[in-house]
Ligand binder design. Structure first.
Ligand code: ATP
Length: 294
């Protein structure tokens, strides 16, 4: 199967508030998939649905062809999940956590875990509540990696890491994924990190899916277009306009265009991934509901 996660009209409600609405996704295997969106967009909800910690209110979700809620055993053995709150047992030492992981999982790579912790300088005899936030994040990732999952789901794993640790953490993920063909789904607010390490992007906002696409495809189809003010209407018809800025003489538009734009006198520049993400997030929810599912 070429898709690791498939959803159809996936929706989840808490009381009367929708956390996720009508999400249709088909995520390819073997990719590093970034998940972005503002606070409260529904990222954690999507991840919890993917690991069977929540049931959908309506719609479907399948991981490797099985329902995480109805067939949890089929899903859990193939999925590693590091939750945002990184629940390590406070009274356990790091070594206890490794023993716990080994007992709980059919597949367990003890060497990988011990070597990695050694590289990071994290002593096995320390209790997890004696570790810094960043070290706890590293331990949680090592525990997830040692399980050798086909799909690794990481909810904001790098928020508490310093810049060097963040880079190293993401590099380890990339190397692991490349070696074992793992798929990684990670949420983050650090768009520049996602740009460096991910090759596929999901954007959620206000419980809706805005984008699910290859990053190469996204950057190839989104441009900044600068033209004279009198050409603005024509320019805005060259694609889907995400942003528009005017000054006295010129107009600058962020445009999604599937075909090349080639117009004498117009300046076309590549849009960065950060520009693209911010452009989508700045759209009003009303317009995103009707128009912006890519
Ligand atoms: P963040 O970036 O802040 O972590 P998120 O994108 O992960 O946000 P979710 O945690 O999925 O967002 O929350 C989506 C929506 O669901 C929010 O409006 C949130 O208030 C609501 N929500 C999440 N969990 C619960 C809960 N247990 N009970 C009630 N509402 C909840």
């Amino acid at each position: 199967m070429s898709e690791v996660l498939v959803t159809e009209k996936l929706s989840r409600r808490y009381g009367r508030r929708w956390a996720l609405q009508d999400v249709d996704l088909k995520l390819p295997t073997g990719r590093i998939i970034g998940l972005v969106g503002p606070n409260g967009a529904g990222k954690t909800t999507l991840m919890k649905l993917a690991v069977g910690l929540l049931a959908p209110t309506s719609g479907q979700i399948e991981i490797f062809g099985a329902s995480p809620w109805k067939q949890p055993l089929q899903v859990i053995r193939r999925v590693g999940y590091v939750a945002q709150e990184r629940p390590l047992y406070a009274s356990f030492t790091v070594r206890d956590m490794l023993t716990f992981g080994k007992k709980l999982n059919q597949v367990w790579d003890e060497n990988l875990a011990v070597n990695r912790l050694d590289q990071l300088g994290i002593p096995l005899n320390l209790r997890t509540n004696q570790l810094s936030n960043g070290q706890q994040a590293q331990v949680a990732l090592v525990l997830a990696l040692a399980k050798k999952p086909d799909l690794l789901i990481l909810d904001e794993p790098i928020g508490s890491l310093d810049p060097l640790a963040r880079k190293e953490f993401l590099q380890v993920l990339l190397d692991e994924a490349a070696t074992f063909g793992q798929t990684v789904l990670l949420s983050s607010h650090q768009i520049s990190d996602l740009e460096k390490f991910c090759d596929y992007l999901i954007i959620l906002s206000s419980s809706r899916l805005l984008v699910s696409e290859d990053i190469d495809q996204l950057t190839a189809t989104h441009h900044w277009l600068t033209c004279r003010n009198e050409d603005a209407d024509r320019a805005s018809r060259s694609g889907k306009v995400l942003e528009i800025h005017r000054n006295e003489r010129t107009c600058r538009l962020l445009v999604k265009a599937d075909r090349p734009i080639d117009e004498a006198g117009w300046q076309i520049d590549n849009a960065s991934l950060e520009d693209i993400v911010l452009g989508y997030l700045a759209l009003r929810p009303e317009s995103t509901k009707q128009e912006m599912t890519v």
